[in-house]
Design a protein around this ligand. Structure first.
Ligand SMILES: C[S@@+](CC[C@H](N)C(=O)[O-])C[C@H]1O[C@@H](n2cnc3c(N)ncnc32)[C@H](O)[C@@H]1O
Length: 263
């Protein structure tokens, strides 16, 4: 999926097979390229916003390829000392990122499954770069649809939240049927099944549940193109892309459940 996204973004890190697969997906969902570009635009706006707010540590879960603009480039343009730990489960993606980012200051790349927070949070590439006693922005852009079990997803996100200090953030962009028809969703599922992983479409309320424990930054959870749009960056069809996005801020620690409800 990383290489398919790279193709749709106009990058250079993909092969003929990825192009064919992307074209099959596009025949199922014609505004797919706008969808991918819109999520990438949100990522850039959200990272820039958080870096400008003083967050200088980023944990990017499901990094993908970044031949068309990356998190560290965006963050370090605001704060040259910003540090970014990239994590992806796909060995090819990790090898490419390793080669691409070798020697880049403040950047590490880790091959790990984001569904195993304990492994991610103790990986040398993460512990060697990020200090979780200070605010960290956890990024989950277009990666959570690959966790199809809702309970697993809640547990995974809660584990990252519990590892973060107050002042941290969670940035989420998730596949959601804004304009897609049932037939299109089924067709995407059939094509994606060839890759062995069916992405999970979640409604806005379910995605809001992922942000449990966080206070949403303005404008909340919205269609991706509506999250702090910047003049001149709108593209045709952006409001029909099938994703919702938000930035959650950890303003206080959730009360542990064994203490009972807060009165
Ligand atoms: C659709 S791409 C999105 C890439 C990037 N975040 C972006 O917005 O362009 C999804 C990425 O998530 C990665 N991924 C999927 N499941 C994962 C998991 N369980 N752990 C870590 N990475 C995962 C894939 O390898 C892929 O690189």
């Amino acid at each position: 999926m990383a290489r398919v996204c790279d193709y749709l973004l106009g990058g250079t890190g993909h092969f003929e097979l990825d192009r064919e697969f992307a074209e099959d997906l596009e025949s199922a969902l014609p505004n797919l390229a706008a969808h991918v570009r819109s999520q990438h635009g949100f990522l850039v706006r959200a990272v820039r916003h958080l870096a400008a707010s003083g967050i200088d540590q980023f944990l990017d879960l499901g990094t993908g390829l970044s031949t068309v603009g990356d998190v560290h480039g965006t963050a370090q343009r605001v704060d040259p000392d910003a540090r970014i730990a990239y994590v992806d489960a796909d060995p090819f993606t990790v090898r490419l990122a390793d080669a691409q980012f070798a020697g880049v200051r403040g950047v590490s790349v880790t091959e790990a499954d984001l569904c195993e927070p304990a492994s991610v949070l103790t990986a040398p590439g993460v512990t060697g770069l990020l200090d979780f006693t200070r605010p960290v922005a956890v990024l989950a852009i277009a990666a959570l649809p690959f966790i199809t079990d809702d309970d697993e997803l809640s547990g995974v996100i809660a584990a990252y939240r519990d590892a973060c200090s107050v002042g941290s953030a969670l940035v989420v962009s998730h596949l959601s049927a804004v304009s897609a028809t049932r037939e299109q969703i089924e067709r995407v599922g059939e094509v994606a099944a060839r890759l062995g992983g069916l992405p999970c479409w979640r409604g806005a309320d379910d995605v809001r549940g992922v942000l449990n424990g966080y206070e949403l930054a303005e404008p909340g959870l919205v269609q991706t193109a509506r999250w702090r749009p910047e003049p001149g960056t709108d593209e045709p069809g952006a409001l029909e892309v099938n994703a919702v996005s938000a930035v959650g801020l950890l303003v206080s620690r959730p009360v542990p459940t064994e203490l009972g409800p807060v009165r």
